[in-house]
Ligand binder design. Structure first.
Ligand code: SG4
Ligand code: ZN
Length: 271
């Protein structure tokens, strides 16, 4: 039977290895990060963000894919790509999309955990190695993808930078719905201040949904993004995992539980 944290069309995470062999692999994501057990890596320098700060972009397309709500980042408005370099990465990577993982009205829903603590929500900005031409191709190569993961922390006051996305949610309540967002914005406005992005964790892992390909260079930033309590509640209450013509199933707890770290190491940036 489907578990609470997967959409009705997917079996629960404990059954994923039956549908996709990699989901039972030894380098899976997410993981719990024991902050006292990370290894300092002086090679983990600052990122260079390209296009993240250029003039407000758009139009942005928001999509409910039944598992999460996703903002498409591929050549938004034909204004060139959003790319990253540095940060200890050996190639440059350009953004495909970002999406979120959250919990329920009474529980947190991040995928990665810190010292065993699940955080309120987590955003993933999925980037593809510029050596490859398509997601399909990148999924076939180690380090084919680089995902930047950001935790959220809840505050009483709204984070105005999230207003455009949050107000778009009710237009994509049901699986398969998508909408072009009304306002343009700079991607960097969704992130913590640039100077706070030099502190992060790094490990090698996988996509957190089937087929769980072990091709992801993960970066988990220490600094959380503030979000208003009411804004987070919109994710939890507005979105449905079901299509418009089916019995409603709330999209909640759309995180995969922590996977064994095995022989892997988590590295920490020096600052
Ligand atoms: C979500 O289901 C996204 O919507 C997927 O995006 C994504 O797959 C999947 O999560 C796994 O990504 O950063 N959580 S994750 O490991 O990005 C991919 C799409 O299906 C391939 C486009
Ligand atoms: Zn994700």
């Amino acid at each position: 039977p489907a578990l609470a944290n997967s959409p009705p069309w997917l079996p629960g995470p404990s059954h994923w290895k039956e549908i996709a062999h990699s989901c039972g692999g030894s380098a899976q994501s997410p993981i719990n990060i024991e902050q006292q057990q990370v290894r300092l890596d002086p090679g983990l320098g600052r990122f260079i963000f390209e296009g993240y700060d250029s003039a407000p972009r758009g139009p942005w397309r928001l999509l409910n894919n039944g598992h999460t709500v996703e903002l498409s980042l591929e050549g938004a408005g034909g204004q060139g790509q959003l790319c990253i370099q540095g940060g200890g990465l050996s190639h440059s990577y350009c953004a495909l999309q970002l999406h979120f993982h959250w919990g329920s009205p009474t529980s947190n829903g991040s995928e990665h955990t810190l010292d065993g603590q699940r955080q309120p929500m987590e955003m993933h900005v999925v980037h593809m190695n510029t050596l490859y031409q398509s997601l399909g191709e990148a999924r076939g190569h180690p380090r084919g993808l680089a995902v930047l993961a950001f935790f959220f922390k809840v505050q009483n006051k709204d984070n105005a930078n999230y207003n455009t996305i949050v107000s778009g949610l009710r237009k994509v309540s049901y699986q398969g719905q998508s909408v072009e967002l009304a306002s343009t914005f700079r991607l960097e406005n969704l992130l913590p201040e640039r100077r706070l992005l030099s502190s992060y964790y790094r490990y090698l892992g996988s996509l957190t949904t089937p087929a769980c390909d072990e091709v992801v260079v993960w970066t988990v930033f220490k600094e959380p993004i503030p979000i208003g309590r009411a804004q987070l509640a919109q994710f939890v209450s507005t979105l449905q995992a079901s299509p418009v013509d089916a019995p409603p199933v709330s999209m909640r707890n759309n995180f995969r539980p922590a996977q064994p770290i095995g022989a892997r190491r988590v590295f920490a940036s020096p600052s």
